[in-house]
Design a binder for this molecule. Structure first.
Ligand code: PMP
Length: 292
């Protein structure tokens, strides 16, 4: 198998040669932004929405990406073409660039732009059929007045701490609460709760404005279910009929256990399954074509 080609600052280089300086502030300080995007069946799902969010994240950290959105989109498509990929996970990364050992981003040169694309299967494997075991974690989601969870920044330590805690507690996914005790999101996905045929989801002030979350809201709307944004506590999750998470990597995945409680019947529920089906249909048939 030939080596993957990585887009690195305007050039395509083999994976083994795709290197970034140890003085890059993405490495030194987590100073930068990224995206996670999927391609299905030769089409990139919600490319515009992901590129828009990448630029919004960059704007929020006062960083100018040295490409237009069109150039970035083309770099993503070209990375897939160069690697003959039709189904893939795509990781664009923009770091502040090479600076000195001080924090000041004014001492950094141009931001560094990387696009990695590789084949990728179902993130949770067989668990889509039985559901995930989730655990709520002690570490709180970073507050919107620190590094806003709306920014998809290279500083994912908060999420990594949640993942470590979930691993320790034997969970497949972590559920974050905010400082007021409201449920926010998973370590890498958004949360939906179904109760008495109503679908609820937390507001997005303390979580990432998920592209899959927005898609799920649209799909549920088309099915006749208006999703209600609400402040939710763990009680609402423990006593829900169904809980599911959404994300680019996770897609739509049921949660059937939380903190030792069985959610609903303990099996992926009907609303969750409808979502999974609708999501599969839309990802296979829509999006920016990779090959013209
Ligand atoms: N929350 C967090 C913290 C994430 O990392 C992700 C994955 N990008 C999501 C939610 C889901 O967002 P999306 O549907 O855009 O992938």
């Amino acid at each position: 198998m030939s080596e993957l080609l990585i887009y690195l600052d305007g050039k395509f280089v083999p994976k083994s040669e795709a290197k970034v300086s140890v003085y890059d502030h993405g490495f030194l300080y987590g100073d930068g932004v990224f995206e996670g995007i999927r391609a299905y069946n030769g089409r990139v799902f919600k490319l515009k929405e992901h590129v828009d969010r990448l630029y919004d994240s960059a704007k929020a950290i006062a960083m100018d990406i040295p490409l237009t959105k069109e150039e970035m989109s083309e770099a993503i498509l070209e990375t897939l073409r160069k690697n003959n990929l039709k189904d893939a996970y795509i990781r664009p990364v923009v770091s502040r660039g090479v600076g000195d050992l001080g924090l000041d981003p004014r001492n950094c040169g141009k931001p560094c732009v990387v696009v990695i694309a590789q084949g990728w299967g179902a993130m949770y494997g067989d668990l889509y059929e039985v559901g995930l075991k989730a655990v709520s974690v002690c570490v709180r989601r970073n507050a919107p007045d620190s590094i806003s969870p709306n920014i998809k920044s290279l500083n994912y330590l908060n999420n990594i701490l949640a993942k470590i805690e979930a691993n320790e507690k034997g969970g497949d996914e972590a559920i974050f609460l905010d400082h007021n005790g409201f449920v926010c999101e998973g370590s890498g996905d958004n949360i939906f709760v179904v109760k008495n045929n109503k679908v609820l989801t937390p507001y997005t002030i303390s979580n990432l404005k998920g592209v899959t979350r927005a898609t799920a809201i649209e799909l549920l709307d088309e099915m006749g279910y208006k999703v209600i944004e609400a402040n939710l506590g763990l009680f609402d999750l423990y006593t829900a009929d169904e809980v599911f998470v959404t994300g680019t990597a996770a897609e739509a995945a049921p949660i059937t256990r939380l903190d030792g409680r069985v959610i609903g019947t303990g099996k992926p529920g009907p609303m969750t399954m409808k979502m999974v089906e609708a999501f599969e249909k839309i990802t296979q048939s829509t999006g920016a074509p990779i090959y013209k």
